[in-house]
Design a protein. Structure first.
Length: 248
């Protein structure tokens, strides 16, 4: 893969586990120096780091809560002072949480936490990184949305709203920055095996999937890696479903 020369830094939020971890490993294998963000699970984040180093890649940890605007700004500012002259050219907004409940019983906390992580997190992380991408005239933003944000899922009004908002933000931002060779896309996974889906009844739910199975985090990582590559330079403002054939 060819992009601009020098160290190419890719920030993956929520890279300690699941899809983010798989994306971090994949981007590292493609030569990116990966910034592994996480919020609480230091052990899992360290494991992602160790695995990248073991495969000969470059990575570092950067802990912050993407839903906390101040903490995010401080962490990114600190990274910048520690990496003078460098910039983060790729951001994968992957951090997310589920707090499912029927709207009738949904608490304000359940609503706010999910919106803060997926939607505020997108703003908090992307906004400070955008300027460098525009000035350097090369950047990639990939937002991990969801099937839920495309079609809406009962029991997930909060999550559908967060992911639907993320999809609309993707389309809007893509148009703002396209001239500067910065692309902004979303991926919309269906059911992917991870801690987030560990409580679901896989045997029942896989019957809804034409492919007859849940997806693997590594399959999502392949798609993200393509969108980040130079080969995908003319794809922007898109939402690419990766769900085993569920019609959206
Ligand atoms: P996961 O296994 O539960 O992992 C979630 C990751 O996000 C962890 O690394 C976690 O860090 C991090 N995280 C959570 N809140 C954070 C915060 N406030 N700040 C920073 N990091 C935070 O989830 P996953 O299944 O890989 O999901 C990844 C993304 O894909 C999410 O956005 C999710 O909505 C989306 N998605 C997943 C599926 C699926 O079927 N799995 C389907 C569609 C979309 P810690 O380890 O520190 O807690």
């Amino acid at each position: 893969m060819t992009t601009q020369s020098g160290n190419r830094y890719a920030l993956v939020t929520g890279a300690s586990r699941g899809i983010g971890r798989a994306v971090a490993l994949k981007l590292a294998s493609q030569g990116f120096s990966v910034i592994i963000n996480y919020v609480s699970n230091s052990e899992a984040a360290q494991k992602t780091l160790d695995d990248i180093l073991a495969q000969g890649g470059q990575a570092e940890l950067l802990r912050f809560d993407v839903g906390d605007a101040q903490a995010t700004a401080e962490a990114l500012a600190q990274w910048r002072t520690q990496h003078e002259g460098e910039y983060i050219s790729v951001v994968v907004n992957n951090a997310g949480v589920r707090k499912d409940n029927l709207m009738l019983w949904m608490t304000q906390q359940e609503w706010a936490k999910v919106l803060a992580t997926s939607l505020d997190g997108f703003y908090n992380v992307t906004q400070p990184l955008l300027k460098d991408m525009l000035v350097k005239k090369w950047g990639r933003v990939v937002n991990v949305a969801s099937l839920s944000g495309v079609k809406g899922m009962p029991g997930q009004v909060n999550y559908s709203a967060a992911k639907g908002g993320l999809i609309a933000a993707t389309k809007a931002l893509a148009q703002e920055v396209a001239k500067k060779r910065v692309t902004v896309n979303a991926v919309a996974p269906g059911f992917i095996k991870s801690d987030m889906t560990a409580d679901l009844n896989e045997a029942e739910l896989k019957k809804l999937v034409p492919a007859g199975r849940f997806g693997e985090a590594e399959e999502v990582a392949e798609l993200v890696a393509f969108l980040v590559s130079d080969a995908a330079a003319y794809i922007t403002g898109e939402v690419i479903s990766i769900n085993g054939g569920i019609y959206t």
